[in-house]
Design a protein around this ligand. Sequence first.
Ligand code: GUN
Length: 289
Amino acid sequence: MQASTIDGKAIADKVRAELAIDVAQWAAHAGRRPGLAVVLVGNDPASEVYVGSKARQTVAVGMRSFEHRLPAETSQTELLALIARLNADDTVDGILVQLPLPVHIRSDLVIRAIDPAKDVDGFHPENAGRLTSGLTGLVPCTPLGCMLLLRSVEPTPVGLHAVVIGRSNIVGRPIAQLLLQADCTVTTAHSRSRELPELCRMADILIAAVGRPELVRGDWIKPGAIVIDVGINRLPAAGAAKGRLVGDVAFAEAVAVARAITPVPGGVGPMTIACLLHNTLQAARPVYG
Ligand code: GUN
């Protein structure tokens, strides 16, 4: 079997185009545009790129973008004071603090300081708890994007066995919760799991979110499975790979076995910002009830 490639860029474009219509409608009623504040501390080059893309795409769907670029020496107290101001600002519907933060700042405290109703990353324990309890709330962007990609090829994954490799608060855990809500049978595997290849071979849906380049080989995949690859790993610049970007799945092997698979780049990556913008509109609407 030759797998179909799930085109994350095209799906993300569609999500943003639909969102732009909803944003315009919301803005006409509210008399203002939804606003997203992004906070970047320091000048990590990858984070700078993300923040620039977020700002451009925010404006492109008709929302206001507020960028706060702070020096690396910013104290935790100063950052918490900025978050308190953004929490109180009625023109700000969503707040995202770009991670990782410099080591002298405790990111758990910073995340907990964000008003859960403005927590468009869905990282606040209140939103994590809501997701686990099956309540409405703000859901982390990358897991949300993975579910949209999955549903593009399998609209009703009821009863299918999903194996998630990875248990991070940002991807692995929340995606396991979303799959459970979609009535999948869910196994969460991680770096300490035994017999990982055998476990993966049981998966109708395999989600790889471990950050290990090409860990998942073709013979780990059940024929006809759907593979969602969350990994973005840059191979060493020296050597044959020449700094190529690869996922957590050996794509060339997997594509010969799976039914559908996301590529890297161009799969999960483009969905994250689209889902962030979706969450910002959600936050502008009353989410909590
Ligand atoms: N750094 C890399 N990805 C993300 C993300 O989705 N949210 C935040 N806040 N920081 C990140």
